[in-house]
Design a protein around this ligand. Structure first.
Ligand code: ZN
Length: 338
């Protein structure tokens, strides 16, 4: 099969289109002929850092959709030709965290494309328990664009943030993959949504349904605007050092700050008194459980959250797709058509 392979960690120039062996279908797996793969920032880290990819040569890609072309002997409830998407979180099923339903804390948790080979290829072998059928009204493009960000955002908003109708959600990184989903999903949960973003993304963020959009480049004291809007009950914090201290300041009483990343640095300053006076809490969040996956896919299947698709590249142009993701100018997902 054709795949996008790199032999050494490094820049997008290390990616090459290559013919590799077809994956072998184990008894509990299916082979999926991939129609679309979607990129995530994780793909950049995997490509750049030797600590992510378990071994080289490596094929990245944590999101994908396609049709089943081969079925393992022990697989039930899936058929040849089924249109499917993939839950990219692989857990052991046997450790204490798996028993608790906390798969993304599994002792041997892995994300497809980081460790195991991913979806930037014509075929992939996946455990049947990680495969979900796509309803007829959902296109392969949209199905590929959704899983990793939808699971991650659902866990932040619902499982960790416990967002209630009428509460206010602040999204600190409004234009990225997480942000564009978080805005829509928080609106679907009947929350008021305030978004921090940069100049060139303001219009797009408004169109996604944000109630208040603040340009943090023009408004360095953005915390005052958030406080004037009534503060935030839940914060989807992905920026890190640059916004951390102010995020804690704008948290309401009983507020929940949920952190998923630290793109501007990992050493934020915490005013401890703000936390106990307001009885606020800080939650770390990482990907999601199988339950988070299934519940997040409901938002895709019922149409209440629509993945924003920035651009579609041919599989053989994966290098260009990686370069676009690296610019940070994209709004929503970058896809590869296989
Ligand atoms: Zn486990």
């Amino acid at each position: 099969m054709k795949a996008i392979v790199f032999d050494e960690p490094g820049g997008p120039e290390n990616l090459s289109v290559r013919i590799v062996d077809d994956p072998v279908c184990k008894e509990n797996q299916v082979i999926i002929d991939i129609k679309f793969a979607a990129l995530n920032h994780l793909d950049l880290w995997v490509r750049k850092s030797p600590t992510y990819a378990a071994s080289t040569p490596h094929v990245g890609g944590s999101d994908g959709s396609g049709t089943i072309s081969e079925i393992g002997t022990k697989v039930k409830n899936l058929n040849l030709g089924d249109r499917v998407l993939i839950n990219p979180g692989f857990s052991c099923g046997n450790c204490r965290y798996c028993y608790m339903g906390e798969q993304s804390s599994c002792d041997s948790f892995k994300i497809m494309g980081a460790g195991p080979w991913g979806t930037e290829a014509e075929k992939i072998a996946v455990d049947a328990k990680n495969v979900l059928k796509i309803p007829d009204n959902i296109t392969f493009e949209v199905a590929a664009a959704a899983p990793l960000t939808f699971i991650t955002v659902y866990r932040m908003l619902a499982t960790k943030g416990n967002v209630q109708p009428g509460e206010t959600v602040l999204v600190t990184g409004g234009g990225g993959g997480i942000g564009t989903v978080a805005i829509q999903m928080a609106k679907a949960m009947k929350a008021k949504v305030i978004v921090l973003t940069s100049t060139d993304k303001i219009e797009a963020v408004h169109q996604l349904g944000a109630d208040v959009v603040i340009n943090y480049l023009e408004t360095p004291d953005w915390e005052n605007e958030v406080i004037n809007e009534g503060g935030a009950d839940v914060i989807i914090e992905s920026v890190g050092e640059k916004t951390w201290g102010k995020s804690i300041k704008v948290l309401n009483k009983r507020g929940r700050l949920v952190t998923i990343g630290a793109t501007t640095g990992a050493l934020g300053e915490t005013e401890i008194r703000e936390l106990y006076r307001k009885q606020a809490s800080i939650h770390g969040s990482f990907m999601g459980s199988n339950e988070d996956f299934l519940k997040s896919m409901n938002f895709l299947f019922d149409g209440s959250v629509k993945p924003v698709i920035d651009s579609v590249f041919k599989l053989s142009d994966a290098r260009l797709a990686h370069e676009r993701l690296e610019t940070g100018k994209h709004i929503g997902k970058i896809l590869l058509q296989v």
